[in-house]
Design a protein around this ligand. Structure first.
Ligand code: URA
Length: 246
């Protein structure tokens, strides 16, 4: 296991916030393998090191991973001054979890929640290019030309988006459905890409994250990821993709 910052390990074990844990460390009440550690930065291996706070050994947080089928109106941040329903409220666990990446409040579909910040950072880093697939409801019709533009990449404020997959699932006069796969996770990326090619989004649903999908998972429901799925996610973050634009 990699060495982690001591305050992060304490916070993950439920001692207090990272800031408060830093204060505890500096106050000299934290020991690692019996020695007082009162200077920062300090790094530990929570699987090997014996860490105590006020003489009491901390319990390393168990790593947990869930897949949620997020309903509309639910937010992906852990704090909301407006008091809206949060994705973490839909998961029954005693661990301090957070959303891995984000779906907008109006977007539905699958999202991973976990307390494993190391894996979360990698999964959301564009370097690893994990594919995310969305089914998008569009107002009106869509042309082949618009699909081609989406595939080639769209200029957004951050730069040009990478190559995407895009295909028409249903052509209608009033409404069309398309499927888009992207490998980055810029803020409101799909909505902004579609706006740039003149397509107003009526609905947005994430249907796949890499190999994971919503099969058997009703809206608002969650399930733990299997060991195989967690191993798969760890493996995908070992393979770095090159040639990324954004
Ligand atoms: N792209 C968006 O525009 N919104 C999401 O929620 C996810 C991807």
């Amino acid at each position: 296991m990699a060495e982690l910052r001591l305050q992060k390990v304490l916070a993950a074990a439920g001692i207090d916030s990272r800031r408060k844990c830093e204060e505890l460390i500096v106050a000299g009440v934290v020991r690692v393998n019996r020695k007082v550690v009162d200077e920062l930065p300090a790094f530990v291996d929570p699987e090997k090191d014996v860490i105590t706070v006020h003489g009491k050994r901390i319990q390393a947080a168990r790593k947990v991973y869930f897949l949620l089928n997020k309903p509309k109106g639910v937010i992906c941040t852990n704090r909301d001054p407006q008091g809206r329903k949060k994705a973490i409220d839909l998961i029954h666990t005693s661990e301090r979890i957070f959303c891995v990446g984000r779906l907008d409040v109006g977007t539905t579909g699958i999202i991973i929640l976990s307390n494993d910040s190391e894996l979360a950072n990698k999964l959301t880093h564009p370097r690893y290019g994990l594919a995310k697939t969305y089914v998008v409801g569009i107002k009106g019709q869509i042309t082949g030309e618009q699909i081609e533009k989406l595939k080639k990449g769209i200029w957004l404020a951050e730069g040009k988006t990478g190559r995407a997959s895009a295909k028409i699932l249903k052509r209608g006069h009033k409404e069309s459905l398309i499927e888009v796969t992207i490998r980055q996770g810029l803020n409101r990326q799909v909505r902004r890409m579609l706006a740039k090619v003149g397509l107003p989004v009526k609905s947005l649903k994430r249907t796949r994250i890499g190999k994971l999908d919503a099969r058997g998972l009703g809206v608002g429901k969650f399930r733990p990821l299997t060991k195989t799925e967690v191993a798969y996610l760890n493996k995908t973050t070992q393979v770095q993709r090159s040639a990324h634009n954004v």
